[in-house]
Design a binder for this molecule. Structure first.
Ligand SMILES: Cc1ncc(COP(=O)(O)O)c(C=O)c1O
Length: 399
């Protein structure tokens, strides 16, 4: 069976974790700080805070932007639940926007059209590792929305937060992901390009009109119960005493996991290269099969090649699902990214109706995500392409 997305860890990764386990300090500490520093260097930002997930990073980004009850936050309908659930977590209202025809991404104009005088923030999504170009939003959103205080007031527009769960290492015209939106959240979940098993990070563009050091301190403190001293600081000398400045979260990253990330970061350039090569093999292997691959690169866009999203020449959901079954029978594990949020119970219960998101539904109905990971050989990619072509022929015959 060709698996969908196993982690590819090597002996260096294992040794790095063992070293931390033997070091006498296993929770957040010096290894995490090194991981954060190297991430910041890679993203061209001045600070990164490593956290327990991208979800935690997105939620802290909303909190840092002062988003709360009475505010609206715009988010695409075509994404994973975490991009939207965090809006609900902070008590704000989710405003969903459809994608464009034939695309999972909304245009910046569609996002701008959803702004009201209650819009405090926008969350964009770098689906599949393709960086969303939110830069035109700076001008489109200027002077609009709820910008009476906090970061939005300093920016003179709603705060733009990038859900970059998929896109560590992507860039737009040479600007790395992390410097494009105001705040950026990364994921290091087990299926991601770089994994700490579970984990995430928050960063922000270096020219954000706020004190970056103060923001880093705030995020760190809020990820640790709102406690003024972390465990490492408390362990030095007799400095046990601390205060709790807010009833905050607990979503820090321990050094045991940071060690995994730090070790993989050292070879991340090769990881990206190989993933891009695999995508190119898919493009060659599927030429002529009527399958369209989501474009990853071109026009100054450099993707992190996270997901091989394909649009199939099939009639709809039933045929697409049949293809996934046929692929499985042929030894290939495939997936769907994503079921648009309005199809999910939680969002239906919040009043969203898929009929209002026809483009997201149309994209979903014929979408399949093919395996893309470092354990794939070129021959594996050929096997996937052959299996997919065979499954499509089977569907055509049955029709
Ligand atoms: C688009 C997107 N956003 C956010 C997340 C949440 O990431 P995490 O599991 O690190 O919270 C995911 C996870 O798969 C995702 O795909």
């Amino acid at each position: 069976m060709i698996p969908f997305s196993p982690p590819t860890l090597n002996q260096d990764d294992i040794d790095a974790v063992v070293e931390v386990l033997r070091s006498g300090w296993i929770t957040s500490g010096p290894v995490g700080r090194r991981f954060e520093e190297q991430l910041a260097q890679r993203c061209g930002t001045t600070a990164v805070v490593a956290l327990s997930s991208a979800t935690a990073a997105l939620e802290l980004a909303l909190r840092a932007a002062g988003v709360g009850r009475g505010d609206e936050v715009i988010v695409p309908a075509y994404t994973y639940t975490a991009s939207a659930s965090v809006i609900d977590h902070v008590g704000a209202t989710i405003v969903m926007v459809d994608g464009e025809p034939g695309s999972p991404f909304p245009s910046v104009e569609r996002i701008a059209a959803a702004v009201t005088d209650r819009t405090r923030a926008v969350i964009t999504v770098d689906l599949a590792g393709v960086p969303f170009d939110s830069r035109p939003l700076d001008a489109l959103l200027a002077g609009r929305g709820r910008i009476d205080d906090g970061l939005a007031a300093a920016l003179g527009r709603p705060v733009i937060i990038s859900d970059s769960a998929h896109s560590l290492g992507a860039s737009l015209e040479g600007r790395p992901c992390g410097t494009i939106a105001d705040l950026t959240a990364f994921s290091f979940h087990a299926v991601k390009n770089l994994t700490t098993a579970e984990g995430g990070a928050l960063t922000w563009r270096p020219d954000l009109p706020t004190d970056g050091e103060e923001l880093a301190r705030w995020v760190r403190t809020f990820s640790l119960h709102g406690q003024t001293k972390d465990a490492l600081a408390k362990s030095h000398g007799a400095s046990w005493e601390y205060d709790i400045i807010a009833p905050a979260y607990k979503c820090n990253m321990p050094d045991t996991l940071a060690a995994l990330g730090l070790s993989q970061l050292g070879r991340y350039e090769q990881t990206l290269e190989r993933r891009r090569e695999l995508l190119a093999h898919y493009a060659e292997g599927l030429a002529g099969a009527g399958v369209e691959l989501l474009p990853h690169d071109g026009d100054g866009v450099v993707s992190s090649a996270h997901l091989a999203i394909a649009t199939l020449p099939v009639a709809g959901v039933a045929e697409r699902n049949r293809i996934i079954q046929d692929l499985y029978a042929a030894g290939v594990s495939a997936n769907v990214h994503y079921k648009p949020l309005p199809l999910l119970t939680a969002y239906r219960n919040l009043g969203f109706d898929i009929a209002d998101f026809p483009n997201a539904f149309a994209f979903y109905a014929t979408e399949v995500t093919l395996p893309l990971h470092l354990a794939l050989s070129d021959a594996d990619v050929e096997q996937v392409c052959t299996a997919l072509a065979g499954a499509l022929t089977g569907i055509r015959k049955a029709a």
